[in-house]
Design a protein around this ligand. Sequence first.
Ligand SMILES: [Zn+2]
Length: 462
Amino acid sequence: MEQDLISLKEQLAKKEKEIASLKENLARLQTDSGNNNVLIDTQEKAAELPPLKEKPSLSNKDIMRYSRQLLLPELGVQGQLNLAKTSVLIVGCGGLGCPLAQYLVAAGIGRLGLLDYDVVELSNLHRQVLHGEDREGQPKALSAAQSLRRLNSAVDCVPYHMQLTPEIALQLIGQYDIIADCSDNAPTRYLVNDACVLSGKPLVSASALRMEGQLTVYNYAGGPCYRCLYPVPPPPETVTNCSDGGVLGVVPGIMGCFQALEVLKIASGKQPSYRQQLLMFDAQEARFRTIKLRPKQAGCAVCGEAPTITALQDYEGFCGSAATDKCRRLCLLPEEQRISVQEYKAILDKEAPHILLDVRPPVEVDICHLPFSLNIPLASLEDRKAQHLQQLKEKIKERKQQTDQATDLPVYVICKLGNDSQKAVQILQKMSGAELESVIVKDIRGGLMAWAHKIDQSFPQY
Ligand SMILES: [Zn+2]
């Protein structure tokens, strides 16, 4: 008897192992085939969705699943049926797109398009909560669709692992009822806006950076579009995104949930609350503010009375930046004022006298820095902060004395990615000879992240 029990337990453990391994294989195959499908025929896929079938009534399972929201007079059975026949396209499956998608799928939206060109990285997970550690390196659109199907298999989730381009935007956006912009770059914002205006689709747009969030609904019932408010893009060097500026994960979480609320109102047949209104969220104070926006502009280039934009354009050219949420690479200096990390390593190896100036803010210097660097944040240089300039002057004097160097002493400027360092070089060049002793200033191309990549792999990346 006891022997039987032991033998049965052993058999059970063996079978469980087999099942686990089969499940793993299945998951891998599903992901692989999913990848292939999406990668091979994105272009056709953008054109080929069958129309959503309208449900005549709710099934018993629907009633059970959605019972807590069906009880609300603001939604009711008709509202629920309206959700089921509505399709929503989410542009960007990141910090905003994840919570937005989660609530739309949970609420029973009919179809959800999930567009993202990027793959999951470890630094995404603090805010992009549909992905997970086991999804690192996988396309975000597929990872999101996989998680969402587990939540509600009745919703048709359509992943698009690709970049939204002017070539496909109209075709794709034309197939959805509501568009949600969860991207983090100017070219995509203008592209999505123009495509929504040209196809007559409401655009629920949000953004989140550092400790602040914003939300508004564009192109809805005679309200303004994005271009009505921002006819020209900001200069690319003034734009900060999450990878440069940082963001607290819960901030896009809150804004993405707000987007879901606005989308659900429109989808269920109600009015959105933020047409021609801007919601501003200050996470520091945990306060919301609402600002009335100016109305639709008669002179707007795309939605005005005599539009000049009647087809999609080159948005990267228009904005002067790439349609990516990754870090931008500015090019402000001529080649001779820049050195590579390899060249800087050679300077260190030769022990050639110089000053290494790190212009990142103190919070980043705390994360990691090169031990021999002098830290003066770019903001202090921009403000010509006397105390900081004095520090630099003293350092230059000290180094010149130490090395008996009568001529110009090189100052190499470094930051995280090599953008701010170029701005700092420009400022120091203006000061050189007047406010500052004459110096040669050069920027280290690619900054500390290039250093971590190419010279010292043990240096932290952030
Ligand atoms: Zn407009």
